[in-house]
Write a protein that binds this ligand. Structure first.
Ligand SMILES: O=C(O)c1ccc[n+]([C@@H]2O[C@H](COP(=O)([O-])O)[C@@H](O)[C@H]2O)c1
Ligand SMILES: Cc1cc2nc[nH]c2cc1C
Length: 357
C-alpha cells in the first residue's frame, strides 16, 4: 500500500499553473497585491490540474495520537496519561482544536495509532458532525529511542499505512483538504530527532521546549536527541528506517496521511513541529509530495522552522503557537480557502470594465 501510494505521486500540472498565473494577472487588483496567496492559488491549481482549482471544502482534521518510550528519560513534565485523557477531551468537543474546528466548519477525526494507557470511556455521540474515533493502535507507545529503536520497520510501516487509510477514507467521504493534527506527550523529542536526521542540523538547533520545559529538562532533551542520533545513525535516504529508529507512531501515520493526500491530489495543511517533521519523511519517500503540502503556521519549536526551510515552504500564519492538535492549521484554513476563492469569484479588468494601468 505504501509502494502504490508513492508510485501515484507526481509533479504539479504546469498547464493549470500557467492558466492560474494568467488569470491572477487579469483580476481586478494590482499585480502581486495578494502576496503569498497568489502563488498559493497557483499551487492549488497545479495540484488539482484545473484552473480555477476546487475550493478546499469540506475540511477534515485528523489527529493522530501516540505515546513515547522516551518519556522515561524525563523530557517532559507531563504524565503520559494526558495523551489518553486529551483523546477523551477531543471526543467530548472540549479541546482548543474542537473550538477552532467548529469555527472553521471542519470535521475532527481522532486516531489512536499508539496510545499507551487506556482511553477514558466516551459518551456515544449522535450528531453527524461529532468527533469520531478510529481505533488503530499499532503498539502501546514506542520504545525508548535513546536506548533502542523506537519501532520495528514493520511497526513503522503499519503506522504509515494507517495514515494512508485514514486519508483515503476522509477523501472518499468527500474531504477537499486534510489538516494534520497530533497528540502525544513527549512527541516534540522524536520530532527534533527526525528534523535533525533529515536535515543534518545539530540537535541543539532543532530541539525546543515543547510544552514549556525548564532549563534542566531542556538540556536533558538535547542530550537525549544527540545520543539517539549517535546510536542509530539514521539514513535520510531510508525514511522508513528513520521513522522506525527515532520517530513516533503519530509521525509515521502523519507521513502516510500526507503521502495519500498527495497521491489523491488533495491539499494537506500542515500544523506544527510534529507535522513538519513527518512531512520531511513524506518528502524523503516522494519528493513530489511537497507539492500537496501547505505550511499552516510557524510553530515556536525551532525544529519547525528548520524543517520548513528544508521543504522550501513558507508558513501562512506566525503567532508563536506551540499547542499542536491541528490548531495552527485550522487558523490558516480561511487563508487557503481565500486563495482559491479569488480565482473563482473575482472579476477580471475586462469583465468589470476597470481600466488597467
Ligand atoms: O505543534 C507544535 O509545534 C507543538 C509544540 C509543542 C508542543 N506540542 C504538543 O505538546 C505535546 C508534546 O510536548 P512535550 O513537551 O510533551 O514533548 C504534544 O501533545 C504536542 O501536540 C505541539
Ligand atoms: C493539556 C495539553 C493539551 C495538549 N494538546 C496538545 N498537546 C497537549 C499537551 C498538554 C499537556
Amino acid at each position: 500500500m505504501l509502494t502504490t501510494t508513492i508510485a501515484a505521486i507526481g509533479p504539479l500540472d504546469q498547464t493549470a499553473m500557467a492558466a492560474a498565473r494568467d488569470l491572477q494577472a487579469r483580476l481586478t487588483k494590482p499585480a502581486g497585491s495578494l502576496g503569498a496567496l497568489e502563488e498559493l492559488s497557483v499551487r492549488l491549481a497545479g495540484l488539482a490540474g484545473a484552473c480555477p482549482p476546487p475550493l478546499p471544502e469540506p475540511a477534515a482534521v485528523a489527529i493522530f495520537a501516540g505515546d513515547h518510550g522516551v518519556h522515561a528519560q524525563g523530557v517532559t513534565p507531563w504524565p503520559q496519561e494526558v495523551t489518553a485523557q486529551m483523546i477523551g477531551n477531543f471526543l467530548a468537543g472540549g479541546a482548543v482544536v474542537n473550538a477552532f474546528a467548529r469555527q472553521a466548519g471542519a470535521s475532527v477525526t481522532v486516531v489512536d495509532v499508539g496510545v499507551a494507557t487506556p482511553l477514558p470511556p466516551v459518551a456515544v455521540a449522535d450528531a453527524a458532525e461529532a468527533p469520531r474515533l478510529v481505533a488503530a493502535n499499532v503498539r502501546p507507545g514506542t520504545r525508548d529511542l535513546s536506548v533502542t529503536a523506537a519501532l520495528t520497520r514493520d511497526e513503522a510501516r503499519a503506522a504509515v499505512e494507517t495514515g494512508i487509510r485514514v486519508a483515503d477514507d476522509l477523501i472518499e467521504a468527500g474531504a477537499g483538504i486534510l489538516l494534520t493534527g497530533d497528540m502525544g506527550i513527549a512527541n516534540t523529542t522524536p520530532s527534533a530527532a527526525l528534523v535533525a536526521a533529515f536535515t543534518g542540523v545539530d540537535p541543539a538547533e532543532v530541539t525546543g521546549r515543547g510544552t514549556g520545559v525548564d532549563d534542566e529538562t531542556y538540556r536533558r532533551k538535547v542530550d537525549v536527541v544527540r545520543r539517539a542520533l549517535h546510536r542509530h545513525r539514521p539514513d535520510p535516504a531510508d525514511p522508513l528506517g528513520v521513522l522506525a529508529t527515532v520517530g513516533g507512531l503519530e509521525h509515521a501515520a502523519l507521513a502516510g496521511l500526507i503521502l495519500a493526500a498527495a497521491a489523491r491530489r488533495i491539499p494537506v495543511l500542515l500544523d506544527g513541529v510534529i507535522a513538519v517533521s513527518a512531512a520531511l519523511a513524506a518528502a524523503a519517500f516522494a519528493p513530489d509530495a511537497v507539492g500537496a503540502m501547505i505550511a499552516g503556521h510557524r510553530s515556536a519549536e525551532p525544529g519547525a522552522t528548520v524543517a520548513l526551510r528544508h521543504l522550501g515552504l513558507d508558513p501562512l500564519v506566525d503567532l508563536g503557537l506551540r499547542l499542536g492538535e491541528g490548531t495552527g492549521a485550522l487558523l490558516a484554513l480561511p487563508v487557503v480557502t481565500g486563495a482559491a476563492r479569488v480565482l473563482h469569484e473575482v472579476a477580471t479588468f475586462d469583465s468589470a470594465g476597470v481600466a488597467e494601468k
